[in-house]
Design a protein around this ligand. Structure first.
Ligand SMILES: [Fe+2]
Length: 196
């Protein structure tokens, strides 16, 4: 808790001129993945309160983080965007729910392979496998378990949003050099203070 107070003090003194507005985060730029119908679809999948720690606002900040990291690293943007919207959809509680990643990954596999009525995002089999691995293992995995840069970016995008629950992202748990930078951690943490 002490470290968090120190971090907040640094935030107040840091030049955050490049920070986006809350509206730019919570009303995201649309893409071939991020469309209003698909956002609505994911919101309907989520059984918990979207005002909580793992709902819509969190997804939009993960999306912002993921797009920023993907642009810098060359990660697969379609996979990163799908991860942001789907990874927490199958949570059953806000606390410890170790099965939520696997449930969401199973749903995603069926959804994208056409077993469920869904959208055709044009992902090939390798991209679907990467997305499902990233979703299934997004909690508790160590950076060295990320098999490629796209999974690494997905996990970092999620972990950079930990300040919303009062935790400072641990650089040792982040996969990419950009995510580990103190400026990236400070700015991502500051964005968690934006309310809807
Ligand atoms: Fe998450």
């Amino acid at each position: 808790m002490f470290f968090w107070k120190v971090l907040k003090g640094k935030l107040r003194r840091s030049p955050l001129a490049a920070m986006p507005t809350a509206e730019e985060i919570y009303r995201p730029q649309t893409s071939s993945i991020v469309t209003q119908p698909f956002i609505d679809h994911c919101c309907r999948l989520y059984a918990l309160d979207h005002g909580g720690d793992h709902g819509y606002a969190h997804w939009m900040r993960v999306l912002y983080n993921g797009r920023m990291l993907a642009q810098a690293t060359g990660a697969n943007l379609k996979v990163v965007e799908l991860f942001a919207l789907l990874h927490d959809t199958h949570r059953r509680n806000e606390l410890s729910d170790p099965g939520h990643g696997l449930r969401a990954a199973k749903y995603t596999k069926r959804y994208l392979s056409g077993t469920l009525e869904g959208y055709n995002f044009g992902l090939d089999e390798s991209e679907i496998d990467t997305l499902c691995f990233a979703i299934a293992k997004h909690t508790g995995s160590n950076p060295e378990e990320a098999p490629n840069i796209t999974v690494a970016v997905c996990w970092d995008a999620d972990r950079l949003d930990l300040a919303r629950v009062g935790k400072v992202p641990d650089p040792d748990k982040l996969c990419t050099e950009l995510a580990r930078s103190p400026t990236t951690i400070l700015q991502a943490s500051a964005r968690t203070n934006y309310s809807l």
